[in-house]
Design a protein around this ligand. Structure first.
Ligand code: 9WN
Length: 433
């Protein structure tokens, strides 16, 4: 365990508790998001977990990413789930039988996977691994192996997911955002026309999101699978296509991280810098709403912005070149009574004053450690120490008070969802390091 000597007694206890969670959730090749509820490997979870493992068990951090990329498809798609083939068929719904990656020519043979993506934070994670590596040479060798896979991941997103030629990446399923039941998806999901009884009714793994949401999620997967996950189908026919500010901000951050990785290993950083600039320009041109001072997701099928303001509006703080007036606007909004100003434990996932806000509704109101970490990380890059300190303090307060829960009540910090959640533990290690 690489625990820093400068930690106080209380911080060391927190560190050790977080490390124990990661140890318990380690399967031998990767980390499950939580014991029981999520028994496979999830993509953006692994990026967060790798950053924590880098501070605790560096060997495992590399294996975590290697295990995820073993699920990469030949076109570069990194699936949002890599299934553990040793588990019983019904360990998690929906399992591999819904996705049928085994029938896709480009999917790997050795593992079964989903067929959609997650926010691509893996280059950011890989760079963070390098920054805290005890052995720079060994770390460079790891980055050299991972680099082509990370570059292919970005190429897939730039080619197959730029559905309108704007430079922005579109998600084709709410799960791709990582914020499954965000109120931002209510309109595009509500506009779907589900044929009666054309698919098996969803078996719910838990109370949230609602059964109706699950039916729509499953229906979207059915459409994707039947179309062979083909880029032409995604572009021209798939009924759910949304450009989200948080997802696109992670693309900008990933492109910058890839450029730095390219420099470290002696490859050409220029294409990655160009890619970052393209998504940056498109974010500002298409998703920034100057009148109300926030970023909004855009529903490509309806051809209009989505009105509800969620935490995704702060995602572009991950873009190091975000113009200062926009950064100021976002900080004002973040500190206002719509977000941190009225929440004892910020940052709530949805504008507190929006009708859709629900303090215990999964991604419709609660505070999460991973989104706090992203805003903290972005704030530091812009020198926003007041915001960064606020998030650092409130995130540690949450886990001290309620443990490494999946998500938390933004007003009183009550823990909700599963216990011993991996990214809550991993990112606390990163914060404390
Ligand atoms: C669907 C694993 C994942 C997270 C997501 C979170 C939840 C899955 C689910 O769990 O999604 O992919 O079953 O609801 O929303 O962000 O990656 O922790």
């Amino acid at each position: 365990m690489l625990m820093s000597a400068r930690l106080t007694g209380d911080e060391s206890a927190l560190w050790q508790a977080a490390a124990r969670v990661l140890d318990a959730n380690w399967t031998g090749t990767a980390t499950v998001p939580s014991p029981g509820l999520y028994p496979h490997q999830w993509s953006w979870d692994s990026a967060f977990v790798a950053m924590g493992l880098a501070r605790h068990r560096r060997d495992r951090a590399e294996r975590e990413l290697a295990s995820l990329f073993a699920g990469q498809w030949s076109d570069g798609l990194v699936p949002h789930i890599v299934f553990n083939g040793d588990l019983a068929r019904h360990a998690y719904f929906p399992g591999p039988e819904l996705w049928h990656s085994d029938r896709q020519a480009g999917a790997p043979n050795a593992v079964r996977t989903s067929g959609i993506v997650h926010p691509p934070l893996h280059a950011v994670a890989a760079l963070r691994l390098h920054e805290c590596a005890p052995d720079a040479e060994a770390s460079r060798a790891f980055l050299t192996r991972l680099y082509p896979l990370l570059a292919a991941q970005q190429r897939y997103l730039a080619c197959a997911r730029d559905l309108d030629g704007s430079g922005l990446v579109a998600i084709c399923h709410p799960w791709e955002s990582g914020l499954d039941n965000s109120p931002a998806w209510d309109r595009p999901l509500g506009a779907l026309e589900l044929p009666p009884r054309a698919y098996a009714p969803a078996r719910l793994p838990r109370a949230l999101p609602t059964g109706e949401d699950y039916d729509r999620y499953v229906w979207l997967v059915t459409l994707l699978r039947e179309a062979g996950y083909a880029p032409g189908y995604l572009r021209d026919e798939h009924p759910f296509a949304v450009q989200d500010p948080l997802v696109n901000a992670t693309c900008v951050a990933a492109a910058h991280a890839l450029a730095e990785i390219a420099e470290i290993i002696g490859a050409d950083p220029v294409p990655h810098r160009e890619r970052a600039a393209r998504v940056h320009d498109a974010l500002l041109a298409r998703l920034w709403d100057g009148e109300t001072g926030c970023f909004r997701a855009r529903d490509l099928r309806a051809g209009r912005p989505i009105p509800v303001v969620t935490l995704a509006t702060f995602g572009p703080l991950l873009d190091p070149e975000l113009p200062v007036p926009i950064v100021r606007n976002l900080v004002d909004l973040l500190l206002s009574a719509r977000f941190a100003g009225a929440a004892g434990y910020p940052v709530p996932t949805c504008d507190i004053q929006a009708p859709a806000f629900d303090r215990s509704g999964y991604w419709r109101g609660p505070t999460w450690v991973n989104t706090n970490w992203l805003i903290w990380h972005g704030s530091l890059a812009h020198g926003l120490t007041v915001v960064a300190d606020l998030l650092y303090g409130s995130t540690l307060r949450l886990v001290r008070q309620s443990g490494f829960r999946e998500y938390f009540d933004p007003f009183d910090g009550t823990g909700r969802g599963s216990h011993d959640y991996s990214w809550s533990a991993a990112l606390v290690l990163d914060l404390l390091a």
